[in-house]
Design a protein around this ligand. Structure first.
Ligand SMILES: [Zn+2]
Length: 387
């Protein structure tokens, strides 16, 4: 059986040891090249060489190219060298290699497989991947890890090009914001954000291409955040990965506006878990009324379900929908006849400004509506998250 397949393989043209041996990959433990060498020698001894082309010396061209792999296996050390050079400045422990095949190799293999019994064969792509990955591991001193690679290396045989993609790094932490007028995430409209302040030392150290800020709940630019709010910072395409989190924390906390604590590395799936959390939010707010407040007890009726249409101020960017959200509790303290301090515990996603103003009837009930007295938020802070 082996002999029969081997003869058919060699009738295909000159075939190198790798490509000959690979057709017997499932037999025995030797690597493909060793198998190919043994089988070739055996056929030469049997003197079938002349007929089959087992002996390369029988070819008019003394260095014929392999009819299957086009001598790609001879080029692998050089490709591995190129990849090692490309990753030289990068910090990583683990990698995953992906190979994009060239059309001609795919067609060669198909043509060969049409002629032979392929029951012991291994695809050429898997041998190239294995061999090249082994060489990269040896040259770089890094190991392969298909599940959690730090970098993904691709080699395109068609274009003879290699690309290195550095997987993102995720850092979990909690922050507080002590000033008003600072948006939560970066935007071209504002000079700085909580995201910018937290990401700054990370970007500098890791040389990442960009970053994404995932926080537990959105934050109004004018609200302070006086409770520790969880977030995950995602660094994209980092060059350096060994980040000293204590050092980052110190660098961020040198500033007065934003403080962080509890930084730790986390996984991608933690982002969706963070996004899925819907805590109740406790706000402390100062509200100004148009007229003297006479019926403050009516504010109690705010506790319950609030019917809220998308606020008029965000209609340009958000779809007009009606949402039902709960207010769990409301407390107040009089500052003067027309100014009160409230503490409101409300479900995630409730627009607070509209809960006070009523948004021309788009939010019901509201403080303005219940007290029949136009009310606006002067300032507010997030002071608690309840899960
Ligand atoms: Zn070959």
């Amino acid at each position: 059986m082996i002999r029969e397949i081997a003869v058919r393989v060699l009738e295909f043209g000159y075939v190198c040891d790798h490509c000959l041996g690979r057709q017997f990959s499932r037999l025995g433990k030797e690597n493909n090249a060793e198998k190919g060498k043994v089988i070739r020698r055996f056929l030469c001894m049997e003197d079938t060489a002349e007929k089959t082309g087992a002996d390369p010396a029988n070819f008019r061209d003394k260095h014929p190219k392999c009819a299957v792999c086009e001598d790609v296996f001879e080029r692998l050390p050089e490709i591995a060298e190129k990849i090692a050079k490309k990753t030289a400045g990068m910090e990583f422990e683990t990698f995953l290699l992906g190979i994009r095949m060239s059309d001609s190799l795919v067609m060669n293999e198909e043509a060969l497989w049409e002629r032979i019994d392929v029951r012991y064969s291994e695809p050429i792509k898997s041998e190239i991947s294995r061999e090249l990955a082994g060489m990269i591991a040896e040259k770089t001193g890094r190991r392969q890890d298909a599940k959690r690679p730090d970098v993904i290396i691709t080699f395109d045989l068609q274009k003879n090009e290699t690309e290195v993609f550095s997987n993102p790094i995720f850092i979990y932490g909690e922050y507080k914001k002590f000033v008003r007028g600072l948006p939560q995430t970066s935007s071209p409209h504002y000079r700085e954000s909580v995201q910018d302040i937290i990401a700054k030392p990370f970007m500098k150290f890791s040389s990442a291409a960009s970053n994404v800020f995932h926080a537990l709940g959105r934050e109004d630019k004018e609200a302070r955040c006086l409770v520790w709010r969880p977030f995950i910072l995602e660094l994209k395409q980092p060059v350096r990965r060994k980040i000293d989190l204590k050092r980052m924390e110190k660098a961020i906390n040198r500033g007065k506006r934003v403080k962080v604590r509890g930084l730790k590395f986390c996984k991608k799936k933690d982002v969706s878990e963070l996004k899925a959390r819907r805590p109740y939010k406790v706000y402390r707010l100062v509200v100004d009324f148009e007229r003297k407040v006479e019926n403050i007890e009516d504010a109690k009726k705010l506790a319950g379900t609030i019917k809220q249409r998308t606020p008029a101020r965000v209609l340009g960017t958000k779809e007009d929908k009606t949402k039902y959200k709960k207010v769990k509790s409301i407390k107040w303290k009089k500052i003067n006849n027309k100014r009160y301090r409230f503490e409101i515990t409300a479900e995630s996603g409730l627009y607070l400004r509209e809960l006070i103003s009523g948004d021309n009837g788009r939010t019901k009930p509201s403080i303005s509506g219940l007290l029949k007295n136009r009310a606006v938020i002067k300032e507010f802070d997030l002071v608690g998250l309840e899960e």
